[in-house]
Design a protein around this ligand. Structure first.
Ligand SMILES: [Zn+2]
Length: 267
C-alpha cells in the first residue's frame, strides 16, 4: 500500500520515512472518487489479474465495507505482431491514428474482433488481407438501408455470451450466404447485423473509392499491360501472359477474358 520513494519521485512524510501510495492503492482511490464504492465493469490486460486487480479488490472491499467492488471483470489478451509481443521497448507499436490512414476502418474493426477479446491476436499482413477480402465480398450483398431492421436473436446470441465476437462473425458469414440466395429482407437483416458491429457502414461508392485509392497502377498502364498480354498470347507465349496477369493481380487488378475481349476490374 505504501512504497518508499526514490530521490527523484514524488514523496510524502510518513511514520516509515518518505514514501508514496503504491499503484494498487492509486486505482482503488481513483475508482472510489470517480465511480463510487461499487461500479459495473473493470477492464485491464490479462497480466494485471494478479497481483494488481486482486489487491485492488482486497483494499476497496475493506475500505468500503462492500461485498462487491466491480460487478464484471473484463481482461483482454495481447496483440502480437507477426508473433512478437507488441511493446514500446520493441519499437513495434501500432498507432490507431496512423493505421486508419492506411487501412479502412471497417477492415481494422473486423481484424480486431476476429479473436475473442480474452485471447491473443496476432497482427500481420495476412489478417489484414483476409479481413479486407471478407468486407469486399460482403459488399456484394450491400443495400442502402433506410432504417436498420431487427436481427433475429439466434444470430446475436454469441455477443450475449461474454462478447464472443468470433462466434458473431461466423453468424455474419451465415447471414451473408442467406442474403445471396434470399430476398430483400435477408439483405436487410445481413446489412443491419453488420452495421451493429460497425461493418458495411459506408455505402458502396465509398468502399469502391477506398479500393481505388489502394490501387498502385493507372488505367493507361493497365490497358498497356493487357495489350502486352494479348500479344504474348497471340504468339503462344502463355508463360509470359500468365506472368502479366499475376503482375496485375499483385497490383489489385483482376482480368477476365470474355468473347474475345479482356475486361479488368479492381479486386
Ligand atoms: Zn488498477
Amino acid at each position: 500500500m505504501w512504497k518508499p520513494s526514490k530521490d527523484n519521485e514524488p514523496s510524502w512524510e510518513s511514520p516509515w520515512g518518505k514514501g508514496r501510495p503504491g499503484w494498487h492503492l492509486e486505482c482503488s482511490v481513483m475508482s472510489k472518487k470517480y465511480l463510487g464504492d461499487k461500479f459495473d465493469i473493470h477492464g485491464g490486460g490479462r497480466d494485471l489479474i494478479f497481483p494488481h486487480h486482486e489487491n485492488e479488490i482486497a483494499q476497496s472491499r475493506c475500505a468500503n465495507e462492500n461485498e462487491v467492488f466491480a460487478n464484471y471483470w473484463v481482461h483482454n489478451g495481447f496483440i502480437t505482431m507477426s508473433n512478437e509481443k507488441m511493446a514500446k521497448s520493441q519499437g513495434n507499436i501500432l498507432k490507431i491514428n496512423k493505421l486508419k490512414n492506411e487501412i479502412n476502418g471497417q477492415v481494422l474493426r473486423l481484424a480486431l474482433i476476429s479473436a475473442h477479446y480474452k485471447q491473443a491476436l496476432d497482427w500481420n499482413d495476412k489478417l489484414i488481407k483476409e479481413s479486407q477480402n471478407t468486407i469486399n465480398k460482403w459488399y456484394e450483398s450491400y443495400i442502402n438501408l433506410k432504417k436498420s431492421v431487427l436481427v433475429p436473436e439466434e444470430y446475436l446470441n454469441p455477443l450475449y455470451d461474454d462478447l464472443n465476437t468470433p462466434g458473431y462473425i461466423a453468424n455474419l458469414h451465415k447471414l451473408f450466404e442467406k442474403s445471396q440466395k434470399g430476398d430483400l429482407k435477408d439483405k436487410e437483416i445481413f446489412v443491419s447485423a453488420c452495421n451493429f458491429v460497425g461493418l458495411l457502414n459506408e455505402d458502396k461508392d465509398k468502399w469502391s473509392d477506398f479500393k481505388k485509392s489502394k490501387v498502385s497502377i493507372t488505367e493507361k498502364e493497365i490497358l498497356a499491360k493487357i495489350e502486352e498480354r494479348n500479344k504474348a498470347r497471340d504468339s503462344k507465349n502463355y508463360k509470359e501472359a500468365d506472368k502479366i496477369r499475376n503482375e496485375l493481380l499483385d497490383k489489385g487488378i483482376s482480368i477476365e477474358d470474355k468473347g474475345g475481349k479482356t475486361f479488368w476490374k479492381i479486386k
